[in-house]
Design a protein around this ligand. Sequence first.
Ligand SMILES: [Zn+2]
Length: 208
Amino acid sequence: MQIIPAKTPGFVKSLFPNLVWSVNTGKKELYLTFDDGPIPEITEWVLQQLKNYNAKATFFCIGRNIEKHQQIFKSIVNNGHSVGNHTYNHLKGWKTATDLYIEDTIKTQKLLYPDIKMLFRPPYGKFKVSQSKQLQKLGYKIILWDVLSYDWDSSVSKKMCYNNVVDAAKPGSIIVFHDSIKANKNLTYTLPKILEYYSKRGYSFKGL
Ligand SMILES: [Zn+2]
């Protein structure tokens, strides 16, 4: 069930102006993001799809997955994509003490390469104000989204997933996908179609 709207309402964005919801641009550019990897085969498949369209994207990686799949992580970076921090253990911010949450994030940051930008996306898109404040103090840019594909939701059909994106995306949109096992069914249908649809209309795909 789609509880959160696929398109983030303007009033939500204006309540939290310090968070990044979309990129302010008049150009035909989209910002695809992939959360929860790296995962063997799935992340590699995503990289190949992006390559087919000369598209760049941003991968919000889970620390424990980077540790398990270091070669795949390396190929994300070597392919010129951006990467961001998605905590080490995919923590639920509202259920985790702030000091533990920050510790978990720093543990992941150590697995990222030193010259990588400080981007952070909270798992589930939720965290405490104290956590977001601390992260911003540490220098993180916190990236939410403008469009949710709902690729992970098994009650959302492949076509609905595709429509969620096409109905909501506009220049500068930050769009959420997942390179995860759960999302794989919807992702393998939707991603190539999105890349094709927007490429044909003169869009380019960029990393954050
Ligand atoms: Zn996640």
